[in-house]
Design a protein around this ligand. Structure first.
Ligand SMILES: [Zn+2]
Length: 376
């Protein structure tokens, strides 16, 4: 037996479960699980896996704690604002369970490091909020033969599935391509009920514990959906696709690559950079341009650019007449996603000289106005 006296005490409620016992706890102790993203999903997943006694836990996150994270990312407190998520999470989990090893990866996961990072772990939990990363991690897990527990959240709804190598379909079998050309909302723009990732991240931890100990049935070939408003869970079966680009019979993806999604890189001729915006605001007369902030009123109230007029994206359709068609219309939002949508709508409504600010106020804060973090 590899469990110490202290561990026998700590995990006694696991040891009392006949399906689990000492053998199950020893399997947890020997297991290495990596969690991509210490955010809404990663917070509960990491907390429960650390508490459960998973011997080695990896945390991959390059972000810093922001006040808007605290509504759902329960690993962090008010005092952690501005600190590295990976560093704070490491401290918090070590305080919860000093008997496990925590490995912090304070990097942005990408095509060049994903294989390296994932290869030293047994199981991968994906808690990222970007489609690019979700597909990248799925493809890397298939190529590395690593089980993957994937989850996603949107507003009041969540979904989860588990990929078991050589036994079931992968994420790409269900959703072959990222919704390219579409505008993909994330938590920042679409909003999310704070407790929702708590439910889904806990489900991810449960799946990982079952994969490690071999008890129960995981979501292999099943998509679990959760509707928090209706309070309904449902599962849908799906099968491996023989033409899947990564796990199919003749895969075309043999090395992980980042597939670009429209929202990730708004790059068209209607976008202007932060530097271009700054130049326009300082050089052009306001008689020649109108700056429209399409965020919601509560975001605008927290902070906005001096000459910006607030017309939330949802109300834009009722406000076309209030816009001056002889001026250059510049749409701005938090990250550049809603403003890109606004820009497309404007063009459809005949405002030919409309542009959106790529990177939005987030980038403005990072590059121009570093002291005014509250603006977003
Ligand atoms: Zn597949």
């Amino acid at each position: 037996m590899t469990l110490t006296r202290e561990e026998l005490g700590r995990y006694s409620r696991h040891l009392s479960l006949s399906e689990f016992g000492i053998i199950g706890q020893e399997k947890l102790k020997a297991a290495k699980v990596v969690v991509i993203g210490a955010g809404g999903l990663g917070s509960p997943a990491l907390l429960y896996l650390a508490a459960a006694g998973v011997g080695t836990l990896g945390i991959v996150d390059f972000d810093k704690v922001d006040i808007s994270n605290l509504q759902r990312q329960v690993l962090f407190t008010n005092e952690d604002i501005g600190q590295s998520k990976a560093a704070v999470a490491t401290q918090r989990l070590a305080a919860l369970n000093p008997q496990i090893t925590i490995q912090s990866h304070d990097v942005e996961i990408n095509a060049s490091n994903v294989m390296d990072i994932l290869s030293s772990y047994d199981i991968v939990i994906d808690g990222c909020d970007r489609f690019v990363t979700r597909y990248l991690v799925n493809d890397a897990c298939v190529l590395l033969h690593k089980p993957l527990v994937s989850a996603a959240i949107h507003r009041f709804e969540g979904q989860a599935l588990t990929y078991v190598p050589d036994q079931g379909p992968c994420y790409r079998c269900l959703f072959p391509e990222p919704p390219a050309g579409d505008l993909v909302p994330n938590c920042a723009t679409a909003g999310v009920l704070g407790v929702l990732p708590g439910v889904m991240g806990t489900i991810q931890a449960t799946e990982a514990i079952k994969l490690i100990t071999g008890i129960g049935e995981v979501l292999n070939g099943r998509l679990l959906t959760y509707d928090a408003l209706e309070m309904r869970f449902a599962t849908f079966e799906f099968k491996r696709r023989s033409d899947c680009a990564v796990c199919g019979d003749s895969p075309t993806i043999t090395v992980p690559a980042e597939q670009l999604v429209a929202c990730a890189t708004p790059d068209d001729d209607t976008s202007i950079s932060i530097a271009e915006l700054q130049a326009l605001l300082t050089q052009a007369s306001t008689r020649k341009l109108q700056l429209i902030d399409v965020r919601d009123p509560h975001e605008y109230t927290l902070g906005h650019l001096p000459s910006a007029i607030n017309i939330p994206l949802a109300l834009l359709d009722t406000q076309w007449n209030s816009l001056d068609r002889n001026k250059l219309t510049i749409f701005i939002c938090r990250s550049g996603m809603r403003s890109q949508q606004a820009c497309q709508l404007a063009v459809q409504h005949g405002l030919t000289s409309a542009v959106n600010v790529s990177g939005g106020l987030q980038q403005w804060n990072d590059t121009v106005d570093v002291s005014r973090r509250c603006i977003i």
